[in-house]
Design a binder for this molecule. Structure first.
Ligand SMILES: Cc1ncc(COP(=O)(O)O)c(C=O)c1O
Length: 386
């Protein structure tokens, strides 16, 4: 059987995954500081969460490529709360942000065309790009430990511009980025928009973590813009409901480009019609209730950061500055007694994510701020940093 080249992945388990698996199989009680599934972190969703899936109206099939009007209105209301007005025609629902990326890659790219994404950033881009036969190119983010938290991470705009080739079609910005937790600053936003306008590129802005800021609220990119802009978000983070599979794309920018993009996007969405009715009927209620779960998560994030900062005093590790998002990065010793930091932590029954998973340099560990506070304390106490 000949399988496609694009699926010829190296599926071998890496050393750390193998070590974690065998530790679990041998019955060791591991303390996992990387759990990022919000449904497994002890947060409370309303007890009638699933009741909204039983709306009898969902018995009727009313296909709409971009999703039902009532569901899109709920997304528009979310943006109204952020201070922007989005016409319903500019909102397209998808089953995940990953699906949204895939639609956009197919809208914008021919096979072999290029999309730029930050380094370090979210590792799933590699997979989506490869499945859609496009090439992902990276532009660097720099970290300045001496800058204030709003400017500690910055986009190397000169390097980004130098990465653009005649085959480049779009720039992805994750706002705030995962795992670095930095939002694009006001000046970066302007420069990115101008660059995209001047070089005829689209801007794809992933705002799934937008609401989880620890400093001051940062504005959405889903507003008037000088370049074609696709803003992505969805329930997996906004409502901490990844299992419900509901995301969206908001298209903004110069009118003629928006009209052309939406017409083409509509055919892509119509080809799959992937949204299901019960979720769309439940969406207005779930989105309307997001304040409570977001508050629980932000409270957890703050508490975990306070605990972490206390734990790191007088140790060999320190926390990189961040503005928002669900992860935090530690600067840690590269190796301890000849093994990697993550392996040394595992030897003490603690799971941390090595930074290289996200393209961070050696000596970085990534932790999930969603970790339940008691597990967080126990895990941090055991980290090999003293
Ligand atoms: C930056 C970023 N975008 C998108 C997603 C996934 O969103 P979805 O569940 O809607 O595909 C994640 C998940 O961690 C993420 O970190």
């Amino acid at each position: 059987m000949n399988f496609s080249q694009r699926t010829a992945w190296n599926l071998a388990e890496n050393d750390l995954s193998r070590a974690i698996r065998s530790a679990r199989e041998s019955g060791r009680d591991l303390i996992d500081l990387t759990v990022s599934n919000p449904t497994a972190c002890g947060f409370h969703q309303p007890s009638n969460l699933l009741a909204h899936l039983a709306d009898p109206a969902a018995a009727l099939y009313t296909p709409d490529p971009f999703g039902m009007t009532t569901a899109r209105s709920a997304v528009a209301a979310y943006y109204r709360d952020l201070g922007v007005t989005i016409p319903l025609d500019n909102i397209a629902l998808t089953t995940s942000t990953s699906e949204a990326y895939s639609y956009l890659f197919r809208l914008l790219c021919n096979p072999g065309d290029e999309i730029l994404a930050a380094h370090p950033s979210y590792p799933l881009f590699d997979f989506i790009a490869r499945l859609d036969d496009i090439t992902l190119r990276e532009y660097p983010l720099h970290y300045d430990p001496n800058a204030d938290s709003h400017h500690s991470w910055s986009i190397d705009l000169a390097a980004l511009a130098a990465t653009i080739t005649p085959r480049t079609r779009a720039i992805i910005v994750v706002h705030p980025n995962n795992p670095t937790g930095n939002y694009a600053s006001a000046s970066e936003r302007i420069e990115l928009q101008q660059l995209c306008r001047d070089r005829n590129l689209a801007l794809i802005v992933d705002e799934v973590f937008l609401d989880y800021n620890l400093t001051t609220p940062q504005p959405t990119f889903a507003t008037d813009a000088p370049c074609l802009t696709f803003t992505l978000s969805g329930l997996s983070k906004v409502c901490a409901l990844p299992q419900m599979k509901c995301s969206w794309i908001v298209t903004t920018g110069p009118e003629a480009l928006v009209i052309e993009a939406l017409a083409r996007l509509e055919v892509i969405a119509d080809t799959f019609l992937s949204m299901n009715a019960p979720i769309q009927h439940a969406l207005p209620t779930w989105l309307g209730q997001r304040g409570d779960i977001q508050q629980q998560i932000i409270t957890r994030m703050r508490e975990n950061i306070t605990t972490l900062d206390t734990r790191l005093e007088q140790t060999s590790a320190h926390r990189l500055s961040m503005q928002g998002g669900w992860t935090t990065i530690l600067r840690v010793p590269r190796t301890i007694d000849g093994v990697s930091f993550a392996a040394a932590a595992l030897a003490r029954d603690v799971i941390v994510q090595p930074g290289d998973f996200y393209g961070l340099p050696e000596g970085r560990a990534v932790l999930s701020l969603l970790t339940p506070t008691d597990i967080w304390r126990r895990g941090l106490a055991r980290l090999p940093i003293d």
